[in-house]
Design a protein around this ligand. Structure first.
Ligand code: HEC
Ligand code: HEC
Ligand code: HEC
Ligand code: HEC
Length: 486
């Protein structure tokens, strides 16, 4: 752009005007060049590429749920989208490999004791696997509501248009099995007529309305994140009709979500070890991202996860949505002029630190659940345990806000560390309070914590609690007490 501009100015100056004019012309040209350079910089920085609405070749049906039928017009986007099938990639903390979070961190079995996530908990894979993975997981059973389908693919857009959202959520998961077959695809994010990005899930529209905001007023750059926020967020099923809802009314921090859930007396399950009323955070990716430096600088999810790609001389959006660490040249290096190695190392350094903080919170929280169980065994009644259960619920909600959001804290490291600090502090307070309760009931020696160093031992332990024959957590009165093992 700037080169063309310079040539044009050279042509204009050929008639040899007076010296004063030449000065003014040079000054003007410099102004224009600066302005154009500024524009260029802004467009690079914010990737505010021209609205990329494309005139349709062949018309696509308004409810075309089969992404392969869109390929006639957009073969490049389709081919790159198909690559989300690859499940062989691994990064230090991510990638498309369905790693087993329970085997990796057996403390997770203790934290989610009595809930589906203690049976199976795996890392997410590419969009093309969404249907396959939700139908296969052990967490889905005969009583699961259809609400679980909402973020799995474009058939949901069609069914919601037919049934209305309320009736859609009221179905059971099983009853819609044959009707929802296409994984996350074109219709989830695009209007087939104009190809503009489009909000297709009522839940995010409603969440915006609750905050007094109008999602239709979002900028194009914001839409490049909001299409993702339809699914990559914390949510819950509200009331008897399992109406899909984001707990955003008071804000998107864990504190405001906790206040929201407390006010409604909401819990996902009762903890099998501590008996606390727990909340499982899903994957608050958008909420965490929203507090980070990149959101602050208007960098969108799509800038890193769907960067531009050039093939055969044409530039298009790479629809192979995946870990940006597998594609640093396109995802990061367009803005950051460091070497790929440096970028990679910097991300892992950030992630290592968040992982360390998370590990500490996991440890102290697992102990807190056992401390409450010990207090119960020592004879403490439910009324005595209200406060410690409230603390363990709050601490775990915070830890899980960080742990369940993808990217191991990269999206907003400071916010994640702040939240983990609060989790550790609350779990610590819970344990001090438990020690007091135990002392009131005559127990002053350390608790012999059971072994949960592998997924198998942790799951056996969880079953023992769930079946009502937990191990004895009270120290033998005379003998030397066992120390904290795991
Ligand atoms: C500045 C770039 C950037 C932005 C913006 C960004 N991410 Fe990420 N994202 C990353 C990096 C880096 C990782 C870590 C990948 C890894 O560990 O392999 C990641 C990880 C993820 C993962 C897990 C992928 C995996 O393979 O483990 C998901 C899901 C994700 N981000 C979703 C989002 C969503 C949704 C948004 C917007 C709300 C977003 N990201 C915004 C850079 C970004
Ligand atoms: C309709 C719901 C939906 C939308 C919209 C959506 N996702 Fe996803 N995303 C999912 C589901 C479901 C999975 C997990 C699939 C699995 O594990 O089988 C997933 C997985 C991912 C992963 C992990 C992939 C990997 O290989 O590690 C990334 C990264 C990701 N999404 C980013 C994004 C970004 C960025 C956007 C917006 C441009 C987006 N998603 C929009 C539902 C959605
Ligand atoms: C998870 C959301 C998501 C899905 C699914 C998705 N896209 Fe996109 N698509 C985007 C985003 C984000 C952009 C960038 C749009 C922009 O900046 O205006 C985009 C851009 C495009 C464009 C504009 C040209 C370009 O390449 O930048 C076309 C055409 C397109 N997508 C086609 C498709 C097709 C075909 C499918 C299905 C095979 C599909 N998309 C699936 C999010 C999605
Ligand atoms: C569209 C431009 C853009 C893209 C793409 C982008 N970044 Fe950034 N990044 C920024 C801006 C702007 C800042 C704020 C600091 C600055 O102005 O240099 C930043 C800051 C950072 C920081 C410093 C954070 C801090 O708190 O000090 C890291 C680390 C980083 N980016 C890593 C990445 C990685 C890794 C990717 C690719 C996954 C990426 N960025 C993609 C624009 C971008």
């Amino acid at each position: 752009m700037s080169i063309r501009n310079r040539n044009r100015n050279k042509n204009r100056t050929t008639p040899q005007p007076s010296a004063a004019w030449r000065g003014w012309l040079l000054f003007g040209a410099a102004l224009i060049a600066t302005f154009l350079l500024g524009l260029l910089a802004a467009s690079i920085l914010q990737r505010r590429a021209e609205s990329r609405a494309v005139a349709t070749g062949k018309p696509i049906a308004p409810m075309e749920t089969d992404s392969s039928r869109w390929a006639v017009n957009w073969p490049r986007e389709y081919d790159s989208y198909r690559q989300t099938e690859d499940s062989s990639t691994k990064t230090m903390y991510g990638g498309s490999d369905p790693r087993d979070y329970l085997a990796e961190t057996p403390a997770n079995v203790i934290l989610f004791a009595g809930y589906g996530f203690a049976k199976e908990y795996r890392q997410a894979r590419g969009h093309l696997h969404a249907i396959e993975d939700v139908t296969r997981t052990e967490r889905v059973g005969p009583t699961t509501p259809a609400t679980c389908w909402t973020c799995k693919g474009p058939d949901v857009v069609r069914l919601m248009a037919d049934l209305g959202p309320e009736d859609f959520y009221r179905q059971t998961f099983d009853s819609l099995k044959g009707q929802i077959t296409h994984p996350v695809g074109c219709l989830d994010c695009h209007d087939p007529k104009t190809m503009q990005l489009r909000i297709t899930r009522p839940v995010i529209r409603e969440a915006f309305e609750q905050q007094g905001r109008d999602i239709d007023k979002a900028t194009h750059q914001q839409m490049r994140s909001l299409v993702c926020a339809q699914c990559h967020v914390e949510y819950y099923f509200k009331g008897k009709g399992d109406y899909l809802t984001f707990p955003w009314k008071r804000g998107m921090t864990p504190e405001s979500m906790e206040a929201y859930y407390d006010k409604r007396d909401f819990s996902d399950w009762t903890h099998a070890i501590s008996g606390a009323p727990m909340v499982k955070m899903q994957h608050p990716d958008y909420e965490v991202y929203h507090t980070g430096i990149h959101a602050y600088r208007d960098v969108a999810c799509a800038d890193c996860h769907m960067p531009y790609k050039t093939e055969g001389g044409s530039k298009f959006t790479d629809h192979h949505v995946r870990s940006p660490l597998l594609n640093i040249a396109n995802s990061c290096a367009v803005c950051h002029r460091w070497s790929e190695e440096d970028i990679h190392a910097r991300v892992e350094t950030i992630q290592d630190k968040v992982r360390e903080g998370r590990g500490r919170a996991e440890k102290v929280l697992a102990k807190a659940h056992f401390d409450i169980a010990a207090a119960r065994q020592a004879g403490a009644g439910d009324d005595e345990l209200v406060e410690v259960r409230r603390l363990v619920r709050g601490a775990q909600l915070r830890l899980d806000y960080v742990a369940a959001s993808n990217g191991m804290g990269f999206h907003s490291p400071e916010e994640c560390m702040r939240i983990l600090a609060a989790a550790v502090e609350m779990a610590g307070r819970c344990r001090v309070e438990c020690a007091r309760i135990l002392a009131r009931h005559g127990v002053t020696e350390p608790i012999p914590y059971p072994d949960y160093r592998t997924k198998k031992t942790a799951q056996a332990l969880m079953r023992a609690f769930a079946e009502g024959n937990p191990p004895n957590l009270l120290p033998a009165v005379a003998g030397p007490a066992q120390r904290d093992t795991p």
